[in-house]
Design a binder for this molecule. Sequence first.
Ligand code: ASP
Ligand code: MG
Length: 414
Amino acid sequence: MAVIVQKYGGSSVSSPERIRTVARRVIEARKVGYDTVVVVSAIGGTTDELVKLAYQVTDSPSEREIDVLISTGEQVSVALLAMAVHSLGYEAISFTGSQTGIVTDSAHTRARIMKIEPEKIKNELSLGKIVIVAGFQGTTQDSEITTLGRGASDLTAIALGAVLKAEVVEIYTDVDGVYTADPKVAKDARKLPVISYDEMLEMASLGAQVMQSRAVEFAKKFNVPVHVRSSFSKDAGTLIREEAKSMEKIVVRGVTANKSEAKVSLLGVPDRPGIAALIFKRLADDDINIDMIVQNVSEVGKSDISFTIEGSDLKRTVAVAEKVAKDIGAREVSSDENIAKVSIVGLGMRSHSGIAAKMFSALAGENINIEMISTSEIKISCIIRKKLADKAVKALHAKFGLGKQRKARRKKKK
Ligand code: ASP
Ligand code: MG
């Protein structure tokens, strides 16, 4: 029988009514004839609460114990969902990470999946049961409980989809798909019927938080088709799949804004070989992830180096930058949290020219100054002032004709 994996996020199981709604939905898949595996997150907010509790007990909780603690969130929701399915007259069984056969390394709170031994799941499926798996957890070879990183129930679902060769992995969430832009900002944003793995990865890393990026990478690697959809409606959502030639016809698939980054600058840096290497080595040693980098000459023999990072890393980054600045004789360090990164994403950029010019002219048309630029094969990003981010998204969305009205008009002309 074909296998389907469904994953329900924390908001989909946040009340007894919602858990019963999910149970009905799961049963529908079973009735259609699928071998049905369901991955569930903790009830919305639970994981945050548990982490908070740990830090109220001590400033430095052991990571092993954090995993023992936060893995319980998912254990609650799988048991409740199994009970709800039973009450509707169907057979179901809940599994924790270790019962599922998800074996990980021992990096507590961010463990990596080493292998999956799905025999127990397969057994229960062959008995006709719906198998309900606790998301985001596994076990080491030595039976230690591990978790796979925040938001990693998506990853659990994709990984199970890969080993069980699922026809599709359905990610049920509180949005009904991936949009051309945030509909709260661009009122005429459209739901995308389909998007490639690479476009989705760019959109996710750029701030469109629909699915965990690691899960999308995993789906790409094992070519698992993913359907992101709403648990509150029957409408089809967005299919994330491997790319097809026809997908390149669309130059820009979406516009995103990331408001969570910050910029750090080292000013008056001596301009000689090895300096950039030294600065970024010191940042890397502290596990600081750098996004964009710009270097320009300020006065003779000196340069300014600016880079962007996750806003939550700002304090740490400035501390490291200040130490390095002292060591290399740079004049000063400055930081700026009032930035946003707006980006356009689309496979078609590979084969079309003039896209950057069009993007910059749309921003110029709104009098928006561009402070940094970076590109990849399928993405162009600009750093601008944070307060102008929404304006920029609207302008870009319109300029590239992504809105609903535009499309309707075009159809009429034909
Ligand atoms: N409950 C976990 C978290 O909040 C995992 C997940 O929801 O995907 O990060
Ligand atoms: Mg989530």
